[in-house]
Design a binder for this molecule. Structure first.
Ligand SMILES: C=C(O[C@@H]1C=C(C(=O)O)C=C[C@H]1O)C(=O)O
Length: 182
């Protein structure tokens, strides 16, 4: 699945606080609300985990991202988009919004290293509760690898380190283990 950066899904994603959402399966609920590293959990479900970085750079933020970030101090922001793959299958599309101050500091030189490796190894980062969303699989049907009949589930949370905030959003793609089981 080849996506250009920044990936413009072209829809208004509605994010809802997780406690206000009925999740249809316990397997999906565990994946959506797991507070640990998603990278580490995905690595346990495959022989070969890989992270394909689609891009990272100063691009416009979505209104629903701006609303969740502090206006002051005036920040430069970067978006980072990756595909997390299990055994070469696309399992998660992740978009993170990072302040330039962290890109120049604690999160410098990320490259293809999973963001979680930095966040979960630094106790100073505090994570918010999750918000959830549902998007039609068709937004990712940029080629014939994804059936567009399915509704995909996503989650996002906000990490903060002092006055710096990061938004991490993850959409579980059709082949991901989040949709297996009950
Ligand atoms: C936050 C984590 O990092 C993962 C890796 C990301 C990246 O490298 O851009 C983005 C989102 C996460 O799925 C995690 O592992 O939980």
């Amino acid at each position: 699945m080849e996506l250009t950066f920044p990936f413009d899904h072209g829809i208004q994603v509605e994010w809802v606080a997780a406690h206000n959402v009925v999740i249809p399966s316990s397997t999906l609920q565990h994946w959506l609300l797991d507070t640990g590293s998603l990278t580490e959990r995905l690595q346990e479900c495959c022989d070969t985990f890989s992270l394909r970085r689609l891009g990272q750079g100063a691009v416009p933020l979505y209104p629903n991202e701006k609303r969740w970030l502090p206006e002051a101090p005036v920040q430069q922001w970067q978006a980072r988009e990756v595909i997390l793959e299990g055994d070469s299958k696309p399992w998660v599309f992740a978009r993170s919004v990072l302040p330039q101050s962290l890109v120049d500091g604690e999160l410098a030189n990320l490259g293809a290293q999973p963001l979680g490796k930095r966040l979960f190894n630094d106790s100073r980062f505090v994570r918010s509760d999750f918000e959830l969303c549902q998007v039609p699989a068709a937004v990712f049907a940029v080629d014939n690898t994804i059936s567009d009949r399915q509704i995909l589930w996503g989650r996002r949370s906000r990490f903060h380190l002092g006055d710096d905030y990061i938004i991490v959003a993850e959409i579980f793609l059709p082949d991901s283990p989040a949709y297996r089981g009950d």
